[in-house]
Write a protein of this length. Sequence first.
Length: 509
Amino acid sequence: MVIVIDFGSQYSQLIARRVRECRVYCQIEPPAVAIDTIRSLNPEGIILSGGPASIYEKNSPKIDPAVFDLGIPVLGICYGMQFMIDTLGGKVEKSAKREYGFAELAIKTPAALFDGIEQKTACWMSHGDSIVELPSDFFVTASTDNTDFAAVAAPRQKLYGLQFHPEVHHTRKGKQILKNFLVNICACKQNWTMKAFAKEAISRIQTSVGDKKVILGLSGGVDSSVTALLIHKAIGKNLTCIFVDNGLLRLNEADRVKKLLKQHLAINIRFVNAGKQFLSALENVTDPEKKRKIVGKIFMEIFEAEAKKIEGAAFLAQGTLYPDVIESRSAFGGPTSIIKSHHNVGGLPKKMKLKLVEPLQFLFKDEVRKLGKTIGLPEELVWRQPFPGPGLAIRIVGEINRRRLSILRKVDAILMEEVKASGYYKRLWQSFAVLLPIKSVGVMGDKRTYENIVAIRAVESKDAMTADWARLPYKLLGQISNRIINEVGGVNRVAYDISSKPPGTIEWE
Ligand code: XMP
């Protein structure tokens, strides 16, 4: 495995993804990581990311300099390289000219890192500081017009530095450069596969859980379904899943998910029908945050009551993914760690004193889908678009009642049918409808109508942190709009949401 030290770069996750694309497992760690932790992880290589700080700033992030004495190859990228050079006796200064965007890289020493790459190649720069003097063992391996020290190396110590960003796709041979580092310099084996990951994850769950019982809130979404199946493979009937129908699900969703789960996952699942409870608590509530809090609180109460019925439950499993972990920096600590507050089930775990099992905590969403496929999760579950915990409550802007729920369900069902039929479903991060709290005037069959408006939202995204509205074909949008207005009573207008995230969020509430 390889460790990526995150100095705060917007590209740290990208570095991790690129390394994994080379079939080498890697983990992101903060600069404060103890040198003993690094040793115990036994990495074959270490990559120091870029970052927004300048090396000469007082509080710039630093890693223990002993990292350069471990005999493990280190690749410093941008700030990571400047940190390495500064620490080892070189000099970094503010450049006379900042450099952003494309630059032509002229390679002087093709060995190892630039193996198989033409002498001149496009690279992507983004820096205001530059090296002005190298430590004695280092020499320049590539430069650009603006930057003499675009790539440096001290091969005897296995230390390498790049001023440009090999992880972004604008650096044309960036992936090859990273692969060269991993294979030529670190001697990584490129044998990290989902099959290997699944095997290891299952054995880790077995070791940490032993013969204790685990409970899991199963929503039928890809993350909780993969978590369930993986844990089931590890501990069988000692896993109990709880599926709460909150009355805020889509048309026939509870039944469909129930059927799917029962049919394909021979897992112990308790189904709880609690729609009435949720809907009566949401009566007359229009504030989005209040809605979220009410749904969260009731879910918690129901989940806790159900969990209490499971004697000897010692662990709570959650489908937390890597982006959440990296963001909160809280979940690191191995497959089981003490409960934190940011998780889907709110304050529940703390009260219940359960330990956490988060087998997906080092995976990105697309990797979770791959893992699901590898361990035999049915396609329909693997490819489900995300659906928020508070469900349709946060897609009905304003008041929630049975009539409005029924309208939105019908609209959403048509949208889903059309998106699936068009082949767009898998390509979209999410596609859904929102019922607005305003009405508009229309004309139908020579008669004036005064009915509801629905908005359609379809976005493309990698991890929901950022998203772009999908450029769906007009023909498809037209078909969706026609069908909704013709088939759903109470709707006379359809709008398409063309906002990206940021500044919009994906959900409307
Ligand atoms: P936003 O609206 O913040 O959503 O851009 C980002 C992603 O998170 C989903 N989402 C939720 N998922 N519980 C969930 O499990 C929630 O309360 C929740 N709120 C938003 C949303 O659907 C999108 O994929």
